[in-house]
Design a protein around this ligand. Structure first.
Ligand SMILES: *Cc1c(COP(=O)(O)O)cnc(C)c1O
Length: 359
């Protein structure tokens, strides 16, 4: 069983869809495919705005948002590797960047964001909804509202949020929100999605360095014709089409509740179950834990790297701890099509592996 926090387990019928024959992308057949995917992604994003679907991993849509964002300084909220990546992307796009960094495992306090924005020096804010390296959830609505109050826009990375954690693009008035195919959407890697507000898109037209492949205006122009500026990964669209069938049939509220139930199963196991008895903890504090990924802290007597290997030998693949957290944590990705029962099984396997290492 596969509990890596991206790519995630992909159902057989989704994989099988990729063996369908090629169609030309400048065709009614592809336009129908694009339109089906985009319309259902509107349901997933909870938006009436167009959803852009690009052949690029999610990092591509991070960069597309930055290139289209208003000129000026960028304030990056950094609480892990992926939110740090947004700061790096901003710098590589020639932006002056200031980071608010907090220790990995924490959320960025909104008061610090407000204090920084109050100086009036920033045009753009970046942040991760769900920081996949630490399992911490932040509030995209609050970040976006703060940015707006001080005349800035917010670019929200919801790569491990969308499809697992609640995202209300329109109700929360998000400026720009992006995600990828291989996390809670449970399709193979290679496609990314983004939604821009009307105002964000309008000002994007004035930004001179939008590039070509990641030009949001181009994506918007082609999306209006249910198409893409360049040749799309047609096979991945076939897979996405089937993955979205399941998501829409489940309904977003039920899907979000299922993800919370999976997170609660991990929480119970740590707070009142075998995980806690073995000394295993959760990196993220209670109340800000992502419903899609849990980062387990592993006592040195067990050893995170040894535990990861012992769990894999028992047939369960977890995510390793990320970067500096590799020696002390393992990650349980519980997003996409996973179930509470599946997560509970994985936790039993982790406990058995941990016991074998402590004796
Ligand atoms: C996986 C991930 C990314 C990067 O996505 P790619 O598809 O690898 O480009 C960015 N942000 C978060 C929060 C992620 O989990």
């Amino acid at each position: 069983m596969f509990f890596v926090p991206g790519p995630t387990e992909v159902r057989p019928e989704v994989l099988a869809a990729m063996t369908q024959p090629m169609i030309p992308h400048r065709s009614a057949a592809f336009e129908a495919l694009y339109a089906r995917c985009a319309a259902r992604l509107q349901t997933v994003f909870r938006t009436t705005r167009p959803v852009y679907i690009h052949t690029a991993s999610a990092t591509g849509m991070m960069e597309a948002g930055m290139r289209a964002a208003p000129a000026g300084r960028v304030l990056s909220l950094v609480n892990g590797a992926f939110s740090g990546r947004y700061a790096t992307i901003a710098r590589s796009c020639g932006r002056e960047v200031e980071e608010i960094s907090v220790p990995w495992g924490e959320a960025v306090p909104l008061e610090r964001v407000e204090d920084a924005l109050r100086t009036g020096r920033f045009a753009v804010v970046t942040g991760a909804h769900s920081e996949t390296t630490t399992g911490v959830l932040q509030d995209p609505q609050a970040i976006t509202a703060l940015a707006r109050r001080f005349g800035a826009v917010a670019l929200i990375d919801s790569v491990t949020g969308l499809g697992g954690a609640a995202v209300e693009t329109d109700a929360w008035a998000l400026d720009y929100v992006l995600s990828g195919s291989q996390k809670a959407i449970a399709a193979p890697p290679g496609l990314s999605f983004a939604v821009a507000s009307e105002a964000f898109l309008a000002q994007a037209a004035d930004q001179p360095a939008r590039g070509r492949y990641l030009d949001l205006i181009e994506l918007d122009t082609f999306a209006a014709q249910h198409n893409t500026p360049a040749t799309p990964a047609v096979s991945l669209f076939y897979a996405l089409d089937v993955a979205l069938d399941r998501i829409v049939a489940e309904t977003m509220d039920v899907r979000w509740a299922r993800h919370h139930a999976m997170q609660h199963a991990v929480e119970r196991w740590v707070e009142a179950g075998e995980g806690g008895a073995l000394g295993i903890g959760l990196l993220a504090p209670k109340g800000i834990r992502a419903p899609t990924v849990s980062v387990l802290t592993i006592p040195t007597g067990i050893g995170a790297e040894r535990l990861w290997a012992a769990v894999r030998d028992r047939g369960v693949t977890l995510g390793t701890g990320y970067g500096p957290l590799a020696p002390t944590t393992v990650r349980v990705g519980h997003m996409g099509e996973h179930t509470v029962e599946g997560v509970e099984h994985a936790l039993q396997v982790i406990a058995a592996a941990a016991r074998s290492l402590t004796t």
